[in-house]
Design a binder for this molecule. Structure first.
Ligand code: GDP
Ligand code: IMO
Ligand code: MG
Length: 422
């Protein structure tokens, strides 16, 4: 059963890309299974920063295939730029990058509709990355979408025009929203040539052949559990299933092939965009976390909202994903904090609870466990056992709460800054 999964347990940006890049050389294939260029996965390799939006984070590991699965929504313009940016470091990237024929295409008008829909929501806006994700998934489930496999069909242009006409009819309701359709469309059409040059596969068969040979496959999640369209803080979510179940529908891999589920959580919490965030710190401590953790979006550059690690939320995420291995990232960001808090209960409807309520917006207060910080750098630790006692105590609190061992601890953005428990 050789499919392992790496996914985010909070509101995204947990450091998934870094951990995928670190572990990728233990696998023969890395696959993205959902989301699209709303994702921004940052890798530091030999001191050089790379931000990937669509390409899986295994691309810089020689000899490893990277698959963009059917569950992904793909913007050809973004993908073209991304390919150009990875080629200097991974010259054979084009030979190792494979596209599922069933992945859906983000059209220029999807981004226009995203913008119009957000504007129309006013103060209730989701804070979307405006990459056209929601409208593209709407066309997918509405059975109107265009897929990678359609690129080769003789009637592709007609089908594009038909869908565009539908979009333009919808957009007429929002005459004030500015969008340079002509320029965007021209760039999109041009980028299709690059897309046509990439290798298309029937990923479900291709992956089945690999699993039959007992090759190891790694599925890379985008966003995080609390942004899942079913189990997140709806409606302030993305439009895909970000949880483990999404691996099966987003790659065509059966559930009984899934082995490890590696859940990634920061040592604190962040959220970008609107929606409830029970442990948020709207004070100086929140600002300090933002500065220390450089918490500015990898895709949009927006400042991320910051707060303490939320154990109630984390336990929920471990349950819905069936997490087997926990990885805590950005522990080093807390090196200079004298006091560190962990949220361990919520008050909702006048009662204390340790479960995530139907709507997180009903939470009126949170309870915290307060711990002494370790006040020292972590670089010298080469094993978990060498970490400062205060940090080990914090990890113990997390383990007791989610009933799982912390198997990995990330202590810096660099590829090798990661401790793995034996
Ligand atoms: P992703 O979307 O989950 O892949 O995460 P992002 O790349 O959006 O955001 C994580 C940010 O934290 C990136 O800038 C990473 O380089 C950085 N990062 C990852 N792990 C660590 C860590 O352990 N310590 C520090 N200081 N930064 C980290
Ligand atoms: P990675 O993979 C953090 C958030 C947006 C918004 C909501 C819906 O880098 O962790 P969408 O563009 O999907 O319509 O936005 O979800 N969001 C993310 N937040 N990290 C991400 O991806 C995100 N992708 C979407 O900010 O609140
Ligand atoms: Mg990110």
């Amino acid at each position: 059963m050789p499919v392992d999964v790496i996914l985010g347990l909070q509101w995204g940006d947990e450091g998934k890309g870094k951990v995928v890049d670190f572990l990728a050389n233990q696998y023969s294939v890395v696959c993205r299974f959902q989301g699209g260029p709303n994702a921004g996965h940052t890798l530091y390799i030999d001191g050089v920063k790379h931000v990937l939006h669509t390409i899986p984070s295994g691309i810089f590991r020689p000899g490893i295939f990277n698959v963009i699965g059917n569950g992904v929504v793909l913007d050809p313009v973004t993908l073209k730029k991304e390919i150009q940016s990875v080629l200097p470091k991974a010259p054979d990237a084009l030979d190792r990058l494979l596209l599922s024929r069933k992945a859906h295409l983000i059209l220029p008008a999807h981004r226009w509709i995203d913008l119009a829909s957000e504007n129309a929501k006013g103060k209730d806006k989701i804070g979307s990355t405006l990459r056209g994700i929601g409208p593209c998934y709407m066309d997918k489930t509405g059975r109107n979408g265009l897929r990678v496999g359609d690129l080769d069909h003789a009637d592709f242009d007609q089908r594009y025009k038909k869908l565009k006409t539908k979009h333009l009819q919808f957009i007429r309701q929002f005459p004030d929203v500015e969008f340079n359709m002509e320029a965007e469309e021209a760039a999109w059409m041009e980028s299709l040539d690059s897309l046509r040059k990439l290798r298309q596969i029937d990923a479900e068969y291709w992956l089945a052949e690999r699993t039959a040979l007992s090759e190891n496959i790694l599925a890379e999640g985008a966003q995080g559990t609390m942004l899942d369209v079913d189990f997140g803080t709806y409606p302030f979510v993305t439009s895909s299933n970000t949880i483990t179940a999404g691996v099966c529908t987003g790659l065509g891999v059966p559930p009984n092939q899934i082995r490890k589920v590696i859940g990634i959580a920061k040592a604190y919490c962040t959220r970008v965009g609107s929606g409830p965030f029970p442990s948020e710190l709207k004070d100086e401590t929140g600002d300090r976390l933002r500065q220390a953790g450089s918490e500015f979006g990898s895709t949009t550059g927006r400042p991320r909202r910051c707060g303490w690690l939320d154990l109630v939320q984390l336990r929920y995420a471990c349950i819905v994903n069936g997490v087997t291995d926990l990885c805590i990232t950005k522990a080093d960001v807390l090196n200079d904090f004298e006091l560190i808090s962990l949220v361990d209960a919520y008050q909702t409807g006048g009662e204390w609870t340790t479960e995530v309520p139907y709507s997180m917006e009903t939470i009126s207060e949170v309870r915290t466990v307060n711990l002494k910080g370790w006040m020292s750098p972590l670089e010298s630790a080469t094993r978990m056992e060498e970490l400062p006692a205060e940090l080990r105590l914090m990890l113990g609190n997390i383990e007791d709460s989610v009933k799982l061992p912390v198997s990995m601890l990330s202590t810096g953005p660099g590829r090798e800054e990661l401790l793995v428990r034996n």
